[in-house]
Write a protein that binds this ligand. Structure first.
Ligand SMILES: Nc1nc2c(ncn2[C@@H]2O[C@H](COP(=O)(O)OP(=O)(O)OP(=O)(O)O)[C@@H](O)[C@H]2O)c(=O)[nH]1
Ligand SMILES: [Mg+2]
Length: 373
């Protein structure tokens, strides 16, 4: 039996050597499924060996951004420019050997920025500090890709992250999977499947040892999306792109870079000369989609100077986490005035999704302390 790495390499090679067309589509899909299963195995083994130990970063602030890029593109210089951090910089690769945090203020929010060791293709196999970097990337709210005029191969970085289960600027597929002990596999869909018709879904599922249970498609998913759901360890992260050292590029040189960087709309910066940094910070704040929630104690006006900062998609549950524990424990309902309320003062539960500038009163069980603000 060949080693795990050899099996992975062999399948990767077979995929590279198979022309993709209608006839080979399912075959390639099954190879990708096999690859996903082997990579899960590799991850499990790496965890057993304690990879990533000592790399834990305490998250703080309202959101966390990771700067991801090849060695020496200027990640540490950039961190030092936009935060008060002092991360070592140097004209040689792998200057940074651990995760260095800095803090950035944006509106009423604080954003944690993480500088990391450079990422290189082969990281998932352990090149550089690859595995550790990848595990941190999996936990951030936003990736800031940083490239420079000498390192423009963004695609290779994205491929490396994808291999580690990171899905960039994508939504989780609308596929529901339920395993059971017996009864065979039932596959149903609420829409017509154009990529996974004619038993393809079942064949992919079997690669994962999934023989009994249910798969329900609520969208016309691709083979890769089904593999993602079956693998189960995918994370969905947004990303933006900046090009550093851009003082070295003439306007035509910048324009020539753009097709290679699609679909990103890169921001050209120079960490050294401090140009483009305000626009970059604006983009970071915008991409994090913060919302401001005003807490209104019962019978009193809301304090509009001190919003609780949450992120779009957050619900009353996330709000409660940021309020005194007492309120979380005695919570009975929330009352909403503002954009997410169907009418002023609407009573909602923990799952209610909040909107920017909502005013919220937490209603607590009778007999417990009054709601605070
Ligand atoms: N010309 C130019 N050089 C820069 C700029 N920003 C950083 N540098 C230089 O690029 C080199 C690498 O910078 P670092 O900030 O250490 O790069 P890094 O991406 O953190 O590198 P690793 O930690 O090794 O991955 C240093 O010599 C910096 O002075 C810039 O905007 N323009
Ligand atoms: Mg560095």
């Amino acid at each position: 039996m060949s080693s795990l790495e050899e099996q992975i390499a062999a399948i990767e090679e077979e995929i590279r050597n198979t022309a993709y067309n209608k006839a080979t589509q399912l075959h390639i899909g099954r190879l990708r499924a096999k690859l996903a299963v082997l990579r899960l195995e590799r991850e499990t083994r790496a965890k057993g060996k304690g990879a990533g130990a000592g790399y834990g970063v305490r998250k703080s602030g309202n959101a966390t951004v990771g700067i991801v890029g090849y060695p020496s593109v200027g990640k540490s210089t950039l961190l030092n420019r936009i935060t008060a951090a002092e991360s070592e910089t140097g004209a040689y690769d792998f200057t940074t050997l651990s995760i260095i945090p800095g803090m950035l203020r944006w509106g009423g929010a604080s954003i944690q920025i993480l500088d990391m060791p450079g990422l290189v293709p082969g990281a998932a196999k352990g090149r550089g500090r690859g595995r550790e970097v990848l595990s941190v990337v999996r936990s951030v709210d936003l990736i800031l890709f940083l490239i420079d005029p000498e390192h423009t191969n963004l695609r290779a970085l994205v491929t490396e992250l994808e291999g580690a289960g990171v899905r960039i600027n994508q939504r989780p597929p609308k596929i529901v999977v339920q395993r059971s002990d017996r009864g065979g596999l039932t596959i149903s869909s609420t829409v017509r499947l154009t990529h996974l018709a004619g038993g393809a879904a079942g064949q992919i599922a079997r690669e994962f040892g999934f023989h009994n249970g249910q798969i329900v498609f609520r969208e016309d998913a691709t083979i890769d999306q089904l593999i993602d759901v079956l693998a189960g360890n995918r994370v969905y992260v947004s990303a933006i792109l900046a090009v550093n050292k851009s003082e070295l590029l003439s306007p035509p040189e910048r324009a020539r870079l753009l097709p290679e960087l699609k679909p990103y709309d890169p921001i050209f910066v120079s960490a050294q000369n401090r140009t483009g940094l305000d626009e970059l910070v604006e983009r970071i704040g915008g991409a994090l989609r913060f919302i401001r929630i005003y807490v209104k104690p019962p019978g009193r006006p809301a304090d509009k100077n001190e919003p609780v900062i949450l992120r779009r998609g957050d619900s009353v549950t996330e709000l409660l986490r940021r309020l005194p524990q007492e309120l979380e424990r005695t919570f009975r309902a929330a009352q909403i005035w503002g954009p997410s309320a169907r009418f002023p003062g609407q009573t909602v539960g923990r799952d209610h999704v909040l909107a920017d500038e909502d005013v919220v009163t937490v209603v607590v069980a009778r007999g417990s302390a009054r709601a605070a603000g």
